[in-house]
Every structure is written in structure tokens, then in C-alpha cells.
Design a binder for this molecule. Structure first.
Ligand code: MTE
Ligand code: MO
Length: 313
């Protein structure tokens, strides 16, 4: 079996300690590292592998849609760290091992935090079926397993100066072939206003279809903002920063006229190079559906009261 998320060679998990020779090696390792030999406690790192079962509670509020076939949503991926070719991303991810992972929540917070994946998961995993609409005018429906983003942000306790939330993906040229080209301003970065981030719909996914995320879908954790174009739903997040100014985002930096900061799905505002009035439904090559304002999530409209959506696209 392919081992992904496998621990670095210096780390011996507890299960290995049943073997006596390993047990002593481990103590020797700890001693060599200058760590207390009386305590065998090691930092808790999550070694869940992509595809491992992920227990989450069905959230009945978000179960109305029929998911797209898993085979499709896990093999047609925009993940420029690997490739700009959607059909080859999965293959490029196949042999990849991600490093041990933590997420830093920093910036304008009373309680900045660095958390292990398990600590975030412990906030309560639920499954929600959401629409995902790419700015390229195709769409799909995915059952995500994760935690509401608001729960994590609340833990950090934003100060009254915090107005925006910035997200950054892992930067690692060894891991991500796409980052060896300097065409894009790596690492991938995205942002939301604080009220958007605190909205009930904003979600941090650790899995999809009841299993740990495949790497191509943004393992080990990614943002899901279903009323915005897919590029806002940043993958493989390592840092979340509370800030007082609108953060720079990757697509907005490259093409500000084509990719706005808000990027709310809107059939009335065309992309400069193509119409956004309808979308291709993934899984049915000929089926198109009319694009819905906010991707069919009208409950977010109050977030934009008094805002000119044409200007703030
Ligand atoms: N780090 C990172 N996140 C990313 C992207 C990317 O290239 N890199 N692509 C975005 C785009 S354009 C889309 S449509 C979605 C696709 O998510 P999916 O592969 O799970 O369908 O991820 C978004 N998140
Ligand atoms: Mo996209």
C-alpha cells in the first residue's frame, strides 16, 4: 500500500514501541535529541492518510443535493502547485508524501494559535453537500467533511481591529513541481472579509465523501466557500492571518481585471473572456444549468448589503 503522510524517518509512532528494540532506539533517539528520557510523550501529529475513513456527522441542513461521482471530482482538479492541466493533477499527486502538518492562526487575535490537525478536527466534524462552481464555468457537487471555519476563528479570538482573514497554502518547491516556475506569485494565497469567514457556510474541509481528502483536492485541509468561484477555496492551508486590510490574493495579483477579491458567483457579471450566465455540469458533458446568483446560496446576500457587486466583483 502506498504510504502518504508517512512520518519522517526520525519519528517512531507509539505503535512501534511494542517492539522492544524499537522502544530502546526511541529512548536513545530522544536522549540524543536532548529530550527528557523519563517522558515518552511526543508531540501529537496527525498521520491520517488520504482516503482513510473520516467519521463525520451528517448536517441535515446541507443534504439536498445529489453529489457528483467521486471518481470525477477527484480526477479533474485545479491545483496549480502540481499542474495547470486538470486531468494530470491526480497522477502527479499519486506518489506524494505530505510533511507533518500544523496550522497557524495568527495576526490580530487575542489568542494566536498553532494547532495540529486533530485539534481542529476535535471541534466537531460534520458532512455538508455543497455546490462548487469554477470560474471556468463548470460545476460539481461535493460532500465535504470538516468543521465550520467560524469555530476555528473564534478559538483565536479576533481583536476589534480584525476586518479580513488571509489564507496561505504550503510553500515547498520539492513537493510542488508547479512552484519551481516563477510565473505565479507563490505561495497560493486567498482571503475573505471577517464577516464572510464567520458566515455559517464557510467551511474547512479535511475530507470528502466520508474519507480524508485526496492530495489533489487539497489535503490535509482546504477552505470551501460555496457561494464564491472555486479559486477562493484555497487548498493545503498552513496559515490563517487576521488582518485589518484586504489581503493580496494570487489570482487578483496576476489579473486584477479578471479575478476580483470578492469573486461571488454571479450570472450577471461576465468574466472578461467568457460568459458566466450558465455552467457545464461535471459528469454530463452536454448538460448546462443556468448560473445562480451566489451559486444558489441567497442567504449570504446580507453580507453585501450596500455594496455595489459590479464594482466589487
Ligand atoms: N492552493 C491551491 N488552491 C486551489 C487551487 C490551486 O491551484 N492551488 N485551485 C482553485 C480552483 S481554481 C478551484 S476550481 C478549486 C478546485 O478544487 P477541487 O480540485 O477540489 O475541485 O480549488 C481551488 N484551490
Ligand atoms: Mo477554478
Amino acid at each position: 500500500m502506498m504510504k502518504q503522510f508517512s512520518p519522517p524517518s526520525w519519528f517512531l509512532p507509539d505503535s512501534a514501541a511494542t517492539d522492544e528494540s524499537l522502544y530502546f532506539n526511541r529512548r536513545a533517539l530522544l536522549k540524543a535529541a536532548g529530550l527528557a528520557t523519563t517522558s515518552l510523550a511526543l508531540p501529537s501529529l496527525s498521520f491520517a492518510q488520504p482516503g482513510d475513513p473520516l467519521a463525520s456527522k451528517t448536517n441535515p441542513k446541507f443534504q439536498q443535493l445529489e453529489p457528483t461521482a467521486e471518481k470525477l471530482t477527484t480526477s479533474y482538479n485545479n491545483f496549480y502547485e502540481f499542474s495547470t492541466q486538470k486531468q494530470e493533477v491526480k497522477e502527479l499527486c499519486a506518489g506524494v508524501t505530505l510533511p507533518p502538518w500544523q496550522v497557524e492562526i495568527t495576526g490580530l487575535a487575542q489568542k494566536p494559535l498553532t494547532l495540529d490537525l486533530d485539534q481542529i478536527k476535535a471541534l466537531g466534524l460534520e458532512q455538508r453537500v455543497y455546490r462548487l462552481r469554477c470560474v471556468e464555468a463548470w460545476s460539481m457537487i461535493v460532500p465535504w467533511d470538516g468543521v465550520p471555519l467560524a469555530k476555528l476563528i473564534q478559538l483565536a479570538n479576533p481583536t476589534s481591529k480584525a476586518k479580513y482573514v488571509a489564507f496561505v497554502s504550503l510553500e515547498d518547491k520539492k513537493l510542488f513541481p508547479g512552484q519551481r516556475t516563477s510565473y505565479y506569485p507563490w505561495p497560493y494565497a486567498e482571503g475573505l472579509t471577517l464577516p464572510e469567514a464567520m458566515h455559517e457556510l464557510s467551511f474547512l474541509a479535511f475530507g470528502c465523501y466520508g474519507k480524508e481528502l485526496p492530495i489533489q483536492n487539497g489535503a490535509p485541509l482546504r477552505l470551501v466557500v460555496p457561494w464564491k468561484y472555486g479559486f477562493k477555496s484555497i487548498k493545503s492551508i498552513v496559515r490563517i492571518t487576521l488582518t485589518d486590510h484586504q489581503p493580496a490574493t494570487l489570482w487578483n495579483q496576476i489579473q486584477p481585471k479578471e479575478y476580483g477579491f470578492y469573486a461571488n458567483v454571479n450570472p450577471a457579471i461576465d468574466h472578461p473572456r467568457w460568459s458566466q450566465s450558465s455552467e457545464r455540469v461535471l459528469g454530463s458533458w452536454f448538460q448546462r444549468r443556468p448560473t445562480e446568483l451566489f451559486n444558489g446560496y441567497p442567504e449570504v446576500a446580507p453580507l453585501y448589503r450596500g455594496l455595489d457587486l459590479k464594482h466589487n466583483f
